[in-house]
Write a protein that binds this ligand. Structure first.
Ligand code: CO
Length: 277
């Protein structure tokens, strides 16, 4: 076993997206423009309706996947071919945009807390033009496991200590887990050795990974290795742990389109403008 260590710490930047939703952009900003195959990580969270009410009206995507994980609040998604779903606290949506779709993601509340994450995961060249696919995961479908006292894991994607997350068939073989550690708890988790991996503590106290500490609100990029050692020496901590196979392909990116070449981006824009998404 070789334990992974933190090789980089990144703090997110305040940003605004959609029609004016305030968020923190952690991956997909100048200090960390991507982390192959992860293209973007946004954390949103507010109890002020004005921070999120404008939502994300109709917009396109092509060439990658968007993963929304809700911690609080209700968000409605609708697309241009009639799909619709409601994301609620503890639920997730893994949307494979593939060759493309146009959708909206709108809060279904005007007050109260809205909180969660959106992660973008790239698709390899062979799958960028696949048919769009939704995996809407209701909160009850997310398995909870407590491998050691004081550790609670909600496994959204991947197989962790024999517990299989409900998201399946994703090319980059992702792991996406919400982990809560009580003060003093220690947890060792296997992670596929060559996967890109990061942790992001978003609630509670500092996290200790291996021998280094990671303050709340900083993303830790991990080196390679087949396990992570997590502990919460000073108080309860809750974090996202994500890992996936890197693609090592050229990335051509323009807003909501992520392809391999500039010509494919021009094609995506042309397809969008002519109503072919
Ligand atoms: Co979207």
């Amino acid at each position: 076993m070789s334990n992974r260590n933190i090789i980089r710490r990144v703090r997110g930047l305040p940003a605004s997206d959609g029609a004016g939703v305030r968020l923190t952009r952690i991956i997909g900003q100048p200090t960390l423009d991507s982390l192959d195959p992860f293209l973007l990580l946004d954390a949103f969270g507010s109890t002020q309706g004005s921070d999120y009410i404008a939502g994300f009206p109709d917009h396109p995507h092509r060439g990658f996947e968007t993963v929304t994980y809700m911690l609080a609040g209700r968000m409605r998604h609708r697309d241009n071919v009639g799909n619709s779903g409601l994301l609620t606290a503890g639920g997730a949506q893994w949307m494979t945009a593939g060759r493309g779709l146009i959708h909206s993601e709108m809060p279904e509340q005007s007050e109260g807390e809205m909180r969660g994450f959106q992660l973008w995961v790239n698709l390899p060249a062979t799958h960028k033009m696949m048919a769009p696919r939704y995996q809407d995961i209701e909160p009850e479908r997310v398995p909870v496991c407590t491998p050691v006292p004081g550790a609670r894991l909600r496994v959204i994607a991947g197989n962790v200590l024999g517990v299989e997350g409900p998201v399946d068939g994703i090319v980059t073989k992702p792991i996406f887990i919400d982990i809560a550690l009580d003060a003093g708890a220690r947890l060792s988790l296997p992670v596929p050795a060559t996967h890109t991996a990061f942790v992001y503590p978003f609630e509670g106290a500092e996290l200790v990974l291996g021998s280094s500490s990671l303050p709340l609100g900083e993303l830790g990029v991990l080196d390679q290795g087949d396990s992570v050692e997590l502990s919460a020496p000073s108080g309860t901590v809750r974090m996202i742990l994500a890992a996936a196979a890197p693609l090592r392909e050229p990335v051509a990116r323009w807003g909501p389109f992520v392809m391999n070449t500039e010509a494919e981006i021009r094609q995506a824009i042309a397809d969008y403008r002519s109503g072919r998404l």
